[in-house]
Design a binder for this molecule. Structure first.
Ligand code: BGC
Length: 864
């Protein structure tokens, strides 16, 4: 067998259920034990019965043999399937010698509810849900509502063929059926602009249905819908209280169907969760637990009814990205008692998530958990930087005589330290464990090298990403903010897509960006739009173009271009309308500039103009990739006109860019705004500035994401390496040497000379300054793609060797399969080993020249 088809996926998932793409896209990767293998053709068969695959009649679609090397983005070409239909598919491929692979085992996808008219369920709410008067903080913070419990019973009296639950919430929910919690999602249905779009989840509950009486229900919390979101104690942004919506389809063997929907027959109550809010925390009174509430035999006579609301015209969308899940757990590594009765647990890593507490004591014992990223010098927790987020959980023991365990449901915190007070006795070290909670995107990149601090940097970048990719890409997980900031996301998206497979995640969030776009066409600062601020800030608004472009480049996905095209065009038209002379002088909104740079303010009009030119360049490429030739030409022309305006306004003949900051050179060079013959002059000035600062960077969010790329691209990788290894402030290693386990928001979040930065804005888990991760993969490990390639069709291996590292080893699971490099210094030479996946073509760029290779393992020896 020469080629083997692996990782077959539909719309980025293996055997997904409940999708609503009309013509879902297939992808696979190829493996082979022979070198130099290429796919020359593929064939897909789709059938309603897996037994008829691969060789029987594919009743839905047989593509025939299609000559193509594509392995992703291949659209289903058969008749549209109906709602809730499962269809099966298989694929085989041919190699360059026309040898066919085996067909793969039949795979499937299943559609969700495609037609709005198929939704019969109603939103159910607990009537008069009000803050718990017995809890003091609910007086002060009126958004703190008890979680609502809902239930309903129904009968099943015939053999069941299959059952599906379609469910969602305005709030966050946990679905239950016959005594069991369904699925492992956390904070479903995720965050969208609930006024515009609701995501629903689909659960295969065939095995949960029982003959006779069944109990269905769920617990709903306020979440983003009605809880605290953003700053200034803003809550109830979309509605007053959580609302659950469930529709269960029970299909019987005899071909009939029962549909059970949430409606006015349902019952509701409240239970142990007296409130649970993302920012404020959870109050759990175990004395109020309701054992068996989700089972059929439960006596719910004391429960109240529900209020209902119709669906209206609200668009329902199938959840199409990875769910948020509770993932890795952390044992506490240390416990201290800085004040009598106050215990501080260190879990060794700054994370987003929650803590589980074990305790045994009398009924009514009230234990308080507070959370922090960092400690004060006296060992107490530092919480000033949390601003108005209370970040406090309370656990009231039921007094069962046994050990009781508390894990919150609808809150999360950004923390490394957990402070416990009110504990009965002295807690053991294992009384507290912590759990990471975030969007469960699949890791795709691994990077390690001979320098432990660089490895730590990579680890911190990954933790920063994991802690901040929670349904949407957020700025930080701890303070009263946690918003989908566009600027942060766009500077980091390149790095993010090396670390994890973020195709589905950013496809979803790109929709959120369009939802947040102003009617006039301006992209907002945050998506979903959640705080009031003036739109269209340079480097923030441009995210609307940069993120879809990055997804297309990384995953070869033209679908996201189609999805976002109109929105992106509206943005470009808006920009041009307000800036007809091609300098971004008007409508710069909140105009953050090179946010958090160090003593080097870059001219804001200059940054904006550079981004506008960049947008135009990316639009031209995306237009060309989707066959919009006239738009491609138009945007190419726009790019050169803006670039010309940029040069005329800000660049002198001697290579001086206005303001003479590192960032001004970075944007001019990285966005290709100056003529080829000027590049060296600009690069020299950039290097001179770095040197003048004692080989330190001065860049903020914007400049830092281009700095090392630009240095490498202009022949100054040595300087980039020196910045990477710089240990004194400001630098990446500085924070690591001072205990960072994630990327800090600010270079000077804490310094020896000044201590903590202002608590009004000082997060220790903000990924933006970690955007150097892309350079680690692309230039240190050398894993990238050719300039004009998308989806790693032409892999480009271009490691920038440097004396400071003895070896570098990295791999990246590209959409075309795993690419790996390892280089090592041995004696007077460097040995480079490269692995290219089957069907891959690669340019290996060495100091001695460029070599073209196909799939397989390749080794090179480079004298140094
Ligand atoms: C956020 C950012 C964001 C910025 C806008 C901050 O409060 O945390 O990361 O991009 O505001 O400048």
């Amino acid at each position: 067998m020469t080629l083997q088809v692996n990782k077959p996926r539909v719309e980025y998932f293996t055997n997904p259920i409940g999708i609503d793409a009309e013509r879902p896209r297939f992808s696979w990767i190829l493996a082979s034990d022979a070198a130099d293998q290429r796919q020359s053709a593929w064939q897909i068969r789709v059938a309603s019965d897996p037994a008829s695959l691969p060789d029987g009649t594919a009743d839905l679609w047989d593509s025939g043999k299609v000559t193509s090397r594509d392995t992703a983005g291949i659209h289903y070409g058969g008749p549209l399937t109906g709602s809730g239909e499962r269809v099966w598919w298989t694929v085989r491929v041919w190699n360059q010698d026309d040898e066919a692979s085996d067909w793969i085992e039949p795979q499937y996808w299943e559609t969700g509810l495609l037609d709005p008219l198929e939704w019969h369920a109603k939103w159910v709410m607990a009537p008069r849900l009000a803050p718990d008067a017995g809890i003091p903080e609910t007086e002060e913070l009126d958004g703190l509502l008890p979680a609502a419990y809902f239930r309903h019973t129904f009968n099943v009296e015939k053999p069941v063929r299959q059952a599906r639950l379609y469910a969602t919430c305005r709030g966050v929910y946990e679905p239950h059926l016959n005594g069991e919690r369904l699925g492992d999602q956390v904070f479903a249905p995720g965050w969208t602009d609930y006024f515009r779009r609701i995501q629903y989840q689909t659960y295969d509950v065939t095995a949960n249905i029982q003959q006779g009486t069944n109990a269905i229900g769920g617990i709903a919390g306020t979440g983003w819908f009605a809880g605290y979101v953003g700053w200034h104690k803003q809550c109830r942004m979309y509605g007053q209280s959580p609302q659950l919506l469930m529709q269960l389809h029970v299909d019987y063997e005899d071909g009939t169907r029962d549909i059970i929907v949430s409606d006015r027959d349902w019952q509701s109550t409240t239970g142990p969760i007296r409130y649970s809010d993302f920012q404020m925390g959870e109050y759990y009174d175990a004395r109020r637990e309701i054992p068996g509430w989700n089972t059929a035999g439960f006596d719910a006579s004391s429960w109240g009814g529900v209020e209902t609301a119709g669906l209206g015209y609200l668009p329902m969308y199938a959840d199409s990205s990875e769910p948020v899940r509770a993932m890795e757990s952390f044992a506490a590594v240390a416990r201290t008692e800085p004040e009598p009765g106050t215990f501080v647990f260190d879990i060794g890593q700054n994370i987003a998530g929650w803590a589980t507490l074990r305790a045994k004591g009398p009924a009514g014992t009230t234990i308080t958990l507070r959370f922090a990223e960092i400690l004060n010098p006296d060992g107490t927790i530092y919480t000033e930087n949390l601003r108005d987020a209370r970040v406090t959980d309370t656990f009231v023991l039921a007094g069962t005589g046994e050990e009781e365990v508390f894990t919150p449901r609808f809150t999360f915190h950004g923390f490394r330290y957990v402070e416990i007070t009110g504990y009965p006795g002295t807690p053991d070290l294992d009384a507290v464990t912590a759990t990471f909670v975030g969007s469960d995107t699949t890791p795709s990149g691994r990077f390690t090298c001979s320098d432990d601090l660089v490895n730590k940097l990579q680890q911190n970048i990954v933790y920063g990403q994991r802690g901040n990719f929670l349904s949407v890409p957020t700025d930080c997980p701890q303070r009263d903010e946690r918003l989908g900031w566009l600027g942060d996301a766009q500077v980091f998206v390149g790095t993010a897509s090396y670390n994890m497979d973020v195709a589905a995640f950013f496809t979803k969030w790109s929709r959120d960006m369009s939802d947040a776009q102003s009617p006039a066409g301006a992209y907002s600062n945050v998506a979903p739009r959640a705080v009031d601020s003036r739109d269209s800030a340079p480097a923030w608004a441009d995210c609307g173009v940069i993120v879809p472009w990055t997804m297309w480049k990384k995953y070869g996905d033209t679908g996201i271009i189609e999805q976002q095209w109109d929105s992106m065009e509206r943005w470009m038209a808006y920009w041009l309308k307000w800036n007809p002379n091609l300098l971004w002088q008007n409508k710069r909104g909140n105009d953050y500039g090179d946010w958090l740079s160090i003593g080097a303010d870059t001219d804001k009009e200059l940054i904006g103009t550079a981004y506008a030119a960049y947008d135009a360049k990316l639009m031209a490429q995306m237009a060309a990739a989707t066959g919009r030739e006239d738009r491609a030409t138009w945007y190419r022309d726009l790019h050169s006109r803006i670039a010309q305006a940029f040069c005329d306004a800000y660049v002198s003949d001697d290579g001086l860019v206005k303001g003479d900051t590192q960032t001004s050179y970075c944007v001019a060079l990285h966005f290709g705004l100056v003529p080829e013959n000027m590049r060296e002059k600009l690069a020299d000035r950039l290097v001179a500035d770095v040197r003048a600062k004692g080989t330190h960077l001065s860049t903020g969010f914007v400049g830092v994401s281009y700095l090392c790329h630009v240095l490498s691209a202009t022949g100054h990788s040595d300087v980039a390496y020196e910045l990477l290894h710089q240990e004194t402030y400001p630098s990446w290693k500085y924070s690591i040497l001072h205990g960072a386990t994630t990327i800090w928001e600010r270079w000077d979040g804490w310094t020896e000379h000044k201590g903590f930065q202002t608590p009004t804005m000082n997060s220790f888990n903000h990924y933006s300054l970690g955007s150097v991760g892309e350079w680690l993969f692309r230039s240190v490990a050398g894993i990238g793609q050719a300039e004009d390639s998308a989806g790693f069709v032409t892999i480009r291996i271009e490691p920038r060797f440097d004396d400071s590292l003895g070896f570098v080893e990295a791999s990246y699971d590209s959409i075309r399969g795993p690419i790996a490099t390892r280089w090592e210094r041995a004696g007077g030479e460097i040995r480079l080993k490269v692995e290219i996946p089957a069907n891959g073509d690669a340019e290996i760029v060495l100091p001695t020249g460029v070599e073209l290779v196909g799939s397989g393992t390749h080794e090179f020896v480079i004298p140094v």
